[in-house]
Design a protein around this ligand. Structure first.
Ligand SMILES: [Zn+2]
Length: 959
């Protein structure tokens, strides 16, 4: 699950990690305590989740086994797990298996999984990689092992290197030592086995207790080595029970601390709690503790919880009375389970007496389990639940390595006195031989410790769970899950559901993780004013949405009024956006600049409407340009990476999500039963969405991913008919995404008039499939001409023509049977045949003449020459142009628009009189190749820093 982090993000707004060993969290009484880290950043986040009943929140309570019995009965964590609070949040609880019985009594946890450790092959790989520190030799050895395995040959090596030899020896020994091998499924224990094996010159410990005893001894040796003031040769330390006084005393103190705090269920310590220790013990805690920072306070804990448990057992075992007392008082105490196990190993209690204990416990558990009602899926509850030890299973238990009782069994059995005698280890024997290993192992030990700290939680949870049959079980689990879901939904058409299920399965199998958006642009956001995950609504829109739902909203004035268009120059500011998202924004803007006519420019003082990129809780944007966009905000918070900024910008440009198109049901299937409750509204189909006649686009940056708003990590959207089609990419604008923008904002990139006297007339050509094509004249008339002319920025149509009046085109015939009503904003919005299909020839190419959209006023017009104040028609009105930056290249564009060949002069300073119309354009900077002056770079239409005495005038010539 964690390796697929994006999926988790996609599903949850917030994942809260709550280690229960942390006393503040364990004893928390209010949500604030749980959110304490988050509070600084988002002060009201806990209130929000409180209000939402925890929807979108995943809480991980880590270490249920470390919670005291009292807190397990009654604490904030318990009430959340029992769904008495935040009942909509998801909860994951981790626990050592033996402590999970109290969890399983709660009906609210729907699933119980045993975490797996290493596979058998991985154990030997880890052994090789740990012992053979030369990576090349290690790889050779791994290859050799694979080869030998394949050929069913004993594993050997030709390496004369000690390290390789040792690794091979250990691996081969484990093959005949199932008891130890079964310990090695747990990563932490595996590394301890390797370390001890190495230090012991190739001898395996025979019990778990021995393993820990030896490991602690090694830690103390290392401590002595580092703190050389002890003046003790570490290699004279042969056993924990025969340490010199200067080490024995601090060890006892440490053991006492371990025991008394285990008794209080305390696993972390602040400095003052360790104050009672002698200076000698405090010096380095014999190398048995690590430190970490918790809420700015230095905290201490044993290298691992199991080390604390071992030391506690060591302390108890020194006193026979104490041992009996602890066994009596704590036999059913989860917190002492591991400790008692060590205690048994250390005190060699008679096998029979254990059998009595365990038999008694077995009976109790049988009683409990017959009462237990448990709703989780799973093939066999007894398998999932750690059963108590059955002595008669002993023989089998080595075969079925997985069961928790195995270890207990093996420990009991191996704890026999005769074994133990051998275990007073002959450390001196092979010392010389091992010297070369020792340095490496020091480092390894360091790493071990680090690992222990970092992965403490995993190890903890693994310590008791060694699953050999986990694979099958997982599989069964999955299948039974599917079955269950399938049954639940089986009310309708069963066959249909089966197909559906199959499709989904295929889809899930073929999905690549990289195709799943890290965060479907704004799934972090799900406030009352956010719909479809990242579409922000104004208060007015939100109120309408609340009252009338989606349909009420999109047909409302409040929506349409907001659904405005930007100029092709879009001013912007950025504030508070983090570097990575800022970089993503830069890349997104680059895409628009490269593929469209839009130009994002930093806001200047005279810009009114602009986009303000902020970081305000998720990735979101309004749809279209709001009437009052001063500024209009787009939020790019943490995680709005890759091309997500482009996605949000597209919303602001007016684009909806692709899968909300009116025709989407022909292309995708929405799997409603997998959608998180309350989020179905995010899968609205918009009857009035604007597909601009473009094909349904699975590759669109605006398409949801398969798992959008999934409550169960299964598909919510499946493409049909081919479920394996990629959807939900967030890396780039697709070809049609670009086309969408260009149709809406850059008409000259979607439509042009060719072959006429100026850009205002000619054969209608449409850009399609990366080339220019034509429009068939079937049904072509005035209304079509009007839409085309207005779309291209002309005031109106002057004439329409059939039969290739301005010559036949050569590309594809793109549009046919065009039947505009006249009020569409683009011909792409008009009814027509499916774009790209036709029954025409190029002799039927349609043409138009439009009314011109530039004029020269106050001067003189002849067929050879025209001069006057420049007035342009843009965004539905006429106005003047400021002379700032206006030069001959700009004038050339104007003159060609008017049907003249070129410009000969530019006159600044209202040479032909000051206009009275609005000043529409300023800072015009054409390249000279544009078809219209409004296509040139300039300030947004109507925004300027000019007066009419700066009106520009132009002279055009026709020769
Ligand atoms: Zn979106």
């Amino acid at each position: 699950m964690w390796s697929n982090g994006p999926l988790v993000h996609q599903q949850y707004d917030l994942v809260l990690y709550c280690p229960l060993r942390n006393s503040k969290i364990a004893e928390a009484t209010t949500l604030v305590d749980l959110f304490v880290y988050k509070c600084a950043k988002v002060p009201i986040v806990y209130k929000w989740f409180e209000k939402m009943n925890g929807e979108g929140l995943l809480i991980i309570f880590d270490g249920w086994d470390e919670l005291s019995e009292q807190l397990r009965q009654s604490s904030l964590a318990t009430s959340i797990i029992c769904r008495e609070q935040l009942d909509k949040c998801s909860v994951i609880v981790t626990s050592r298996s033996y402590a999970s019985s109290s969890l399983l009594k709660m009906d609210t946890l729907s699933r119980h999984l045993q975490v797996i450790g290493f596979f058998e092959e991985e154990i030997s790989t880890v052994i090789i990689q740990t012992l053979q520190t030369d990576p090349i030799l290690a790889q050779e050895l791994i290859d050799k092992r694979n080869e030998d395995n394949k050929n069913h040959k004993p594993f050997t090596t030709t390496h004369i290197n000690n390290k390789s030899q040792l690794a091979v020896k250990l691996i081969n020994e484990l093959k005949v030592r199932n008891d130890v091998q079964s310990l090695c499924y747990v990563p932490l224990v595996c590394s301890m086995v390797i370390l001890v094996y190495c230090k012991e010159g190739g001898h395996l410990p025979t019990t778990l207790t021995q393993l820990y005893e030896n490991f602690v001894l090694q830690s103390i040796r290392r401590h002595v080595e580092i703190k050389s003031r002890h003046k003790i040769d570490p290699y004279t330390l042969h056993s924990l029970s025969s340490l010199p006084p200067q080490l024995d005393k601090p060890l006892k103190e440490m053991c006492h601390i371990a025991y008394s705090n285990l008794n209080d269920t305390r696993m972390t310590f602040s400095a003052h709690q360790l104050q009672s220790l002698s200076e000698a013990a405090k010096e380095d805690y014999l190398g048995l503790m690590t430190t970490f920072i918790e809420y700015d306070e230095k905290k201490y804990q044993f290298l691992h919880l199991s080390i604390q448990e071992f030391l506690a057992a060591w302390w108890i075992a020194k006193d026979e009375e104490k041992t009996k007392e602890v066994f009596k008082n704590h036999f059913d105490d989860d917190h002492f389970r591991m400790c008692l196990r060590f205690l048994a190993g250390l005190t060699h209690l008679k096998h029979e007496s254990y059998q009595q204990y365990f038999n008694k416990q077995q009976q109790q558990l049988d009683l409990q389990s017959s009462k237990r009602s448990w709703s989780g899926p799973g093939p066999d509850k007894n398998d999932d639940h750690p059963p108590a030890v059955k002595p008669e299973d002993k023989e089998e238990s080595n075969l079925e390595l997985g069961k928790p009782e195995d270890k207990e069994e093996s420990n009991l059995e191996l704890g026999k006195p005769e074994d133990n005698e051998e275990s007073n280890l002959d450390l001196g024997e092979d010392e010389e031989k091992k010297d070369d290993l020792d340095d490496d192992k020091k480092d390894d030990l360091d790493d071990d410790k680090k690992d222990e700290l970092d992965f403490d939680d995993n190890h903890d949870k693994n310590t008791d769970n060694q699953e050999a049959d986990h694979e099958d079980k997982d599989e069964d689990d999955k299948n039974s899950n599917k079955d269950e879901d399938y049954k639940n939904s089986g009310n309708k058409n069963e066959d249909d559901e089966k197909d559906n299920f199959k499709t989904e399965l295929v889809a899930e199998l073929t999905e690549e993780v990289t195709q799943v958006p890290a965060n479907l642009s704004g799934e972090y956001s799900s406030g009352k004013d956010i719909v479809e995950g990242d579409i922000k609504m104004t208060p007015e829109q939100a109120a309408l949405f609340k009252r009338d739902g989606w349909d009420g909203l999109v047909n409302s004035e409040a929506w349409l009024r907001g659904h405005g268009k930007w100029s092709r120059t879009i001013p912007y500011t950025i504030s508070g956006v983090a570097t990575s998202e800022r970089n993503a924004l830069t890349n997104s803007i680059r895409m628009f600049h490269q593929h469209t006519c839009l130009r994002f420019t930093p806001k200047r003082s005279y810009n009114y409407d602009y986009i303000q990129f902020v970081s305000s809780g998720g990735c979101w944007s309004y749809i279209g340009k709001l009437r009052n966009a001063r500024p209009q905000r787009i939020s790019l918070s943490s995680g709005c990476s890759r091309a997500v900024p482009a996605h949000e910008i597209m919303h602001a440009l007016g684009r909806y999500h692709e899968q909300s198109r009116a025709d989407r049901d022909r292309y995708v299937r929405i799997i409603t039963r997998n959608i998180r409750s309350g989020y179905a509204r995010n899968f609205n189909r918009h009857t009035n969405s604007d597909s601009q006649s473009l094909p349904y686009d699975y590759l669109s940056l605006m398409h949801y991913g398969r798992y959008a708003f999934s409550k169960n990590r299964r598909c919510t959207i499946v493409p049909i008919p081919d479920a394996s089609v990629t959807i939900g990419q967030r890396d780039r604008m697709s070809m049609y995404d670009i086309h969408h923008v260009n149709i809406r904002y850059c008409p000259e990139r979607a439509l042009r008039l060719v072959g006429g006297r100026g850009s205002y007339e000619g054969r209608v050509e449409v850009y399609w499939d990366e080339r220019w094509g034509t429009v068939c004249d079937d049904y072509f008339g005035h209304n079509d001409g009007r839409v085309i002319c207005k779309y291209l920025g002309f005031p109106d149509v002057a004439a329409t023509y059939h039969r290739a009046r301005f010559g036949q085109g050569s590309g594809p015939i793109v549009m046919d049977d065009l039947r505009c009503a006249g009020n569409e904003y683009s011909p792409f919005a008009c009814p027509m045949r499916t774009i790209g299909t036709h029954n025409c020839g190029h002799y039927e190419d349609a043409s138009v003449t439009c009314q011109k959209n530039v004029r020269l006023v106050g001067g003189r017009i002849t067929s050879r020459c025209a001069v006057g104040r420049l007035e342009v028609y843009a965004e539905g009105r006429w106005g003047t142009v400021c002379d700032d930056y206006f030069d001959i290249n700009d004038a050339h564009v104007v003159c060609r628009q008017l049907g003249y060949r070129r410009a000969s002069c530019v006159y600044p300073r209202a040479r032909y009189g000051q206009g009275t119309l609005p000043i529409l354009m300023d800072d015009v900077q054409c390249t000279g190749r544009e078809a219209q002056i409004t296509h040139c770079r300039s300030t947004p239409i109507g925004e300027h820093n000019c007066r009419h005495y700066e009106d520009v005038s132009v002279r055009c010539l026709n020769y």
